[in-house]
Design a protein around this ligand. Structure first.
Ligand code: FAD
Length: 322
């Protein structure tokens, strides 16, 4: 009998996150003949999203729509997944390696007594086996892993696997009731968003990042303008966050966010190993630094030795013309 893949399709700000389509593509790569896919959509007022998601799934979309599910709550979401698992017995559960996936994935794995492979950046089939590649030692090495059996949970790092293409036969949408449990041990009252950026940092195709060289909160303005023109997001080094130039939600690195955009533009960032841990897998790295010896140039595909306050506005001006 074929395997059943269940993809948890994440919703944020009323939209389907791109990593949901990347997780579906991961399943398409891993699937063998006879395997089936179901997707799970959890949130509030998600009917249009269920129809959108159904275009990318061949099996079923389980939609669980309730005002209490608008904000992620670990217990509530796990309860929802338990309800889904009464309908469909998964062999493999796939989530994005996002804040939600990093939390919910292990909870699902514990519930299903499953093994887990996290932060997967590539998948390939080798005969009947599926090989998962994931970074190690802050991106300095990669390991390839495979499951030896049992139920499996996999989380996919955003921006590494192409999003799924629309399927030829849209999925059936199955709406499941959510019965709020009176016994939740904690509830999320509100989420205070610190980032004002229009584009989610972890999913942005282009990230413009500032370091201590930006010198002040105002110094981030030229970077914001460049990111705006490129429809990208603004990130930062820890030194810039520590100095109070920007919010910690923008921090990229070992103790911040991990980003893998198509283009990463590092402005006034020296390239410490802890920063590289969060961005070295970016497809193209451009560094702007006035010190030609700055270590960031060792990982950069393109380097500009110069003052960021001169270079960044020039780039913005040129990209505006395109
Ligand atoms: P600096 O190293 O001070 O570099 C500033 C750069 O700006 C210099 O290269 C300078 O030449 C250049 N510059 C100055 N003025 C200009 C100008 N006008 N134009 C162009 N260039 C200019 N760091 C992270 O980023 N993320 C993390 O997650 C992280 N986690 C850490 C965890 C631990 C346990 C530890 C110990 C450290 C961590 N760090 C992290 C800190 C890290 O070690 C570095 O201190 C930090 O990344 C340095 O930030 P920076 O490159 O902005 O600053």
């Amino acid at each position: 009998m074929g395997k059943t893949y269940v993809v948890v399709a994440e919703v944020r700000g009323g939209s389907l996150r791109q990593v949901a389509l990347e997780a579906l593509q991961a399943v398409s790569i891993a699937k063998h003949d006879g395997d089936s896919t179901a997707a799970v959509l959890i949130g509030s007022q998600i009917t249009p999203l269920a129809s959108e998601l159904a275009n990318y799934v061949e099996g079923q979309v389980y939609s669980i729509d309730h005002p209490d599910l608008e904000i992620y709550n670990p217990e509530a979401y796990l309860n929802v997944m338990k309800t889904v698992f009464e309908r469909v017995t998964p062999d493999v559960v796939v989530l994005g390696h996002t804040a939600l996936g990093r939390d919910l994935g292990p909870a699902i794995a514990a519930h299903l007594d499953a093994g887990q492979i996290s932060d997967v950046t590539a998948i390939e089939k080798s005969g009947d086996d599926v090989i998962y590649t994931r970074p190690l030692y802050a991106g300095k090495a990669f390991e390839q892993k495979q499951f030896t059996g049992g139920t499996q949970v996999v989380t996919i790092r955003p921006n590494n696997i192409d999003p799924a293409a629309a399927s030829s036969s849209p999925a059936e949408i199955v709406e499941l009731e959510y019965a709020p449990a009176g016994s939740l041990r904690s509830i999320v009252k509100d989420i205070v968003r610190k980032t004002s950026g229009k584009v989610d940092l972890t999913e942005a195709k282009i990230v413009v990042s500032g370091g201590r060289g930006v010198k002040s909160a105002d110094g981030f303005k030229p970077l914001e303008e460049l990111a705006d023109v490129l429809h990208g997001a603004v990130g930062a080094s820890r030194a810039a966050c520590d100095a109070g130039y920007c919010d910690y939600s923008m921090q990229i690195g070992q103790t911040g966010k991990v980003v893998t955009p198509e283009i990463y533009i590092a402005c006034g960032i020296s390239g410490a190993i802890q920063h590289l841990a969060g961005m070295s897998q970016s497809r193209v790295i451009i560094a702007i630094n006035k010190d030609p010896e700055a270590p960031i140039f060792k990982v950069a595909d393109y380097g500009i030795v110069g003052d960021l306050f001169e270079v960044v506005p020039l780039l913005t001006q040129e990209f505006r013309k395109v």
